[in-house]
Write a new protein. Structure first.
Length: 148
C-alpha cells in the first residue's frame, strides 16, 4: 500500500511506498483502538501515555475535589502563616545554637537542635491539619492572625 506524502517545496502530494516500520506501527495502533488506550485529538488519534492511563484509573478510584477560590485563598494564607512561624522559630533557635556553640556547650547545642526539629515538625503538622479542615469545608479552620 502506498501513502501520500506532501512535498512542501512544490505544494503537491506524491505517492511514496509505505515502509515496513510504518505498517507495523499502524498495526500496533489499530490493535490498541479496541482496548480504549487511544484518545481522539482533533481529527486523528493519539496514544495515551502510561501516566495518562494511571491518572484516569486514580481519578476513577478517588475523584479529586474541586476547591473554591475562598478555600484556595485560605489555604495560601495558612501556608504563609505557618511558613513565617517556622522561619521565626528557626531564626531564634539557630541564634541560640550559635551562642551555645561559641560557649562550648555541646549538650545544650544538641538539645536546642532537637527542640528545633520537634517545633518544625509540630508546626508543619498543625499547618497540614488546618489545611485539611479547609479542604473538607470546615469553617473553623480559618487562619488566625494573632499569636497562639
Amino acid at each position: 500500500m502506498a501513502e501520500r506524502k506532501a512535498d512542501y517545496r512544490t505544494g503537491s502530494q506524491a505517492l511514496q511506498p509505505e515502509s515496513e516500520l510504518s505498517r507495523t506501527l499502524r498495526r500496533v495502533v489499530s490493535m490498541r483502538v479496541g482496548s480504549g488506550q487511544r484518545e481522539k485529538t482533533g481529527s486523528c488519534y493519539a496514544m495515551k501515555s502510561a501516566y495518562d492511563l494511571a491518572m484516569e484509573r486514580l481519578e476513577k478510584q478517588s475523584p479529586s475535589v474541586k476547591l473554591t477560590e475562598e478555600q484556595r485563598s485560605q489555604l495560601a494564607e495558612v501556608d504563609s502563616l505557618y511558613k513565617s512561624r517556622i522561619a521565626e522559630r528557626e531564626l531564634l533557635l539557630n541564634d541560640q545554637i550559635r551562642r551555645e556553640q561559641m560557649a562550648g556547650k555541646a549538650s545544650e547545642v544538641e538539645s536546642l537542635r532537637k527542640q528545633l526539629a520537634s517545633e518544625i515538625r509540630r508546626l508543619t503538622e498543625e499547618c497540614e491539619s488546618k489545611k485539611e479542615r479547609i479542604r473538607q469545608g470546615s469553617s473553623e479552620a480559618a487562619p488566625q492572625t494573632g499569636d497562639e
